[in-house]
Design a protein around this ligand. Structure first.
Ligand code: ZN
Ligand code: ZN
Length: 417
């Protein structure tokens, strides 16, 4: 999965105007990195956590701007959160290894500390609260996954991975836990009476997993990684199908899913938010074939000394066609094209045979690109409000209306039905 700088296709621009992400508000004032922010369902308010050791609640005033109604200072940098809109229970993971449970007051102007879970040694990277199961799952830099009972505060089970754990998703129905690691693996575990039992490991990413999203209806897992790639894993099919989505120019820090319209949103350090239509039929990226000669013109590659001598030819560099996976010399693969059905939204190398067969329809984009104008640390989605929240390395929280994107996707769906 070579990461290269590539121009985004020009054909995006024509459609972008009808599916804009519209910036509604900017929240500023944190004195350090904002790690996460979410919107409340039943109030015009935002909750944010930051490396500046604060948890803030911002309420929209009559002026249309958001002002803090709570700014609680805690003992360490707040790194991750999980919030349940119904019970208003908030779990915050911290740099010192602790997870703290808070209860947010009815009028959103109070934050009451309820419990401490001394979960990890060092930074907590993600926390997941399940109100149905009365438990929290947390992962940390210490390679541990812990499960705590939220009623008793007791630790129920622990799993130790072989590298720091970075993010969690959970499937309530099957009690399946997905954890991403710093080495780019996704570990699947089942919660049993005896503890965690390891089910399998998904290995395709070549960089740290930054974020996971779970589509409970379609049993699909989405992963975002530092290797610039987003992968969708068809967990339910049990055939090991995985689609790669390549459109980012930098590390992908966050993924979230608009469930109803099946749009996956990915955000990255390249300042882009990409909306991927997951309704579209996609194909798996072909495996790269290994060969000592170009599979089209038979010219030897440079390590194939014998053929070079026999054929009196200079060895060439090996390239691969992204469409068929065959090993090619440069002159047999001079064309570049986008292959959206294979997940390539930008132009990639294809062999001359494949190029002659690729139609305009094959090149039609299956994603929409938006410039968030800040390097994205994390994102959160509020489907009810049709809003997306992005936190940037610029310490700014941006609130975006994604209304037109959802409307556009709904129209596409009804016209294709
Ligand atoms: Zn060739
Ligand atoms: Zn080809």
């Amino acid at each position: 999965m070579a990461a290269s700088i590539h121009p985004h296709p020009a054909h995006q621009n024509t459609i972008e105007s009808e599916t804009k992400m519209i910036l509604q508000n900017k929240l500023e004032g944190h004195s350090d990195l904002v790690n996460h922010a979410i919107l409340f369902d039943d109030e015009d308010g935002v909750l944010s956590i930051s490396d500046d050791k604060t948890i803030r609640i911002w309420i929209k005033r009559d002026t249309g701007n958001y002002w803090p109604s709570v700014c609680q200072i805690i003992q360490a940098a707040a790194t991750c959160l999980s919030f349940d809109q119904q019970t208003r229970k908030l779990f915050v993971g911290m740099e010192n290894g602790q997870v703290t449970e808070f209860l947010i007051g009815d009028d959103y102007n109070k934050l009451n500390k309820e419990k401490n879970y001394p979960a990890h040694i060092g930074r907590v990277n993600d926390v997941y609260y399940s109100p149905q199961s009365n438990m929290i799952l947390s992962v940390g830099k210490d390679k541990c996954l812990h499960r705590y009972c939220t009623e008793t505060g007791r630790k129920l089970s622990t799993f130790i991975a072989n590298s720091p754990c970075t993010c969690i998703q959970y499937d309530e129905l099957s009690s399946l836990v997905f954890i991403g690691t710093a080495l780019g693996e996704i570990i699947l575990l089942r919660i049993t009476q005896a503890g965690f039992s390891k089910t399998s490991i998904l290995k395709v990413h070549s960089g740290m997993i930054r974020s996971l999203a779970w589509d409970i209806d379609r049993q699909m897992l989405y992963s975002a990684s530092n290797d610039h790639v987003v992968i969708c894993w068809k967990i339910g099919e049990k055939k090991g199908t995985a689609y790669e989505l390549q459109g980012h120019n930098g590390r992908v820090s966050s993924v979230c899913l608009i469930q109803q319209q099946q749009i996956l949103l990915s955000g990255g350090e390249d300042q882009m938010v990409i909306g991927w239509s997951m309704k579209a039929s996609r194909l798996e990226t072909p495996e790269w074939k290994e060969s000592d000669v170009c599979e089209r013109c038979q010219t030897p590659f440079f390590w194939n000394i014998r053929s070079m001598v026999d054929q009196k030819k200079i060895g060439l560099r090996q390239h691969h066609c992204r469409n068929c996976g065959r090993a090619m010399c440069n002159s047999c693969s001079t064309n570049r094209t986008a292959l959206p059905r294979l997940g390539f939204e930008f132009k990639v190398r294809v062999c001359d045979e494949c190029f002659s067969q690729i139609s305009d329809q094959d090149q039609k984009s299956l994603a929409r690109l938006y410039d968030s104008k800040h390097s994205i640390v994390s994102m959160s989605l509020n489907e009810r409000k049709q809003m997306l929240v992005t936190c940037g390395t610029d310490r700014v929280i941006k609130l975006w209306s994604i209304n037109s994107l959802i409307e556009y996707a709904s129209k596409q769906q009804s016209s294709s039905n």
